[in-house]
Write a protein that binds this ligand. Sequence first.
Ligand code: SF4
Ligand code: SF4
Length: 378
Amino acid sequence: MKEKVSLVRCEDYSEENVEDALRESLSLISGIKKFVQRGDKVLLKVNLLMPRKPEAGITTHPAVMKALARMIKERGAEVMIGDSSMWMTNKALKLCGVEEVARELGVKAVNLDTFRPRKVKIKGGKVLKEVYIPSLALDVDVLVSVPKLKAHELTSLTGAVKNLLGLIPGRLKTEVHKTAPDPESFSEALLDIYSVVKPSFAVMDGVISVEGSAGVGGTRKVGVILASDNLLALDTVAGAIIGYKPEDLPVNRMAKKRGLKGVSLKEIEVLGEEISEVAEPRFRKPSRLIRLLGSFPALNPFFTNDYKPVLNRKKCIKCEICIEHCPVGAIKADDEGYPEFDYDKCIQCFCCREGCQAGAIELQESLLAKMISRVMAG
Ligand code: SF4
Ligand code: SF4
């Protein structure tokens, strides 16, 4: 039997449009009744990367959280909405609109970092042998992944599977980057997490997306909402909409080796719109070189530091957040308080760039890297 993914158009974040799209999306995959029963405790694991307003496009939009929470509440279930951000989760809950939604609907906004983490062994883990997961995420009856569709340097897109990284408490997330610095091993780490934390279903906010390198390339309307109980299949369809073949996605390549389903369009039934009807070919993908290097790890040593984070001093506000969160301690403050990069230590995870609220960290491609990118692009 094929994996089912619903694909529904949603032109904007007006409450009415989002609710209509979400109801249709869920009804196409057998309806909310299949997943949520009266009295269930349900956690919506949204993507609150960091404290930013919804208009920035990097976090799950509150209109999507609200419509989904309302539908689940109508089933007589208890709803919680939350995440563990890269930093300042409480501020993110407020700025990203979770607290307001929670107040309006009478549901709970939860900071996952405030729940006791529990160690979970990963039997057969390829990269991670154990992870710490907040007890709440393990104890709820229904866990729902509610990602934001975005470009991502390591995984090409941030989707339903990548959203699970946010379950790792606080700074432990950066340890995953440290252990798995390249696209292939990072994808294996995500699949290791997915092997022990299985959301019942996922709903993706693909209305307004963020494109380009490190997810800071600007917003792009894609205009869709997707849902599925197979997170890999959902990401495969989302990838196809923004121009990726299934095998372009490193998570899919690794998942295929594990024999997991949902990593090829042949094994997926798309319900609702056709992919071709909503495809967004103008979507700007992250750096091609980094993705290509991920496909050929043996080449990486030859290109180390050919693609690196650099500081734009004019934009930097010296908040030191990048210094605190670099997983390998490759950034320190210089005499004037500006971050300084140690490229011998840098593992090019671009967490610093992704998390800089001032947009002060840019990517610098060396001449050699530019030439190779062009040659590889044919
Ligand atoms: S680069 Fe960004 S995160 Fe780092 S200190 Fe400057 S403003 Fe803060
Ligand atoms: S300097 Fe930036 S890109 Fe390099 S390892 Fe640290 S966070 Fe990652």
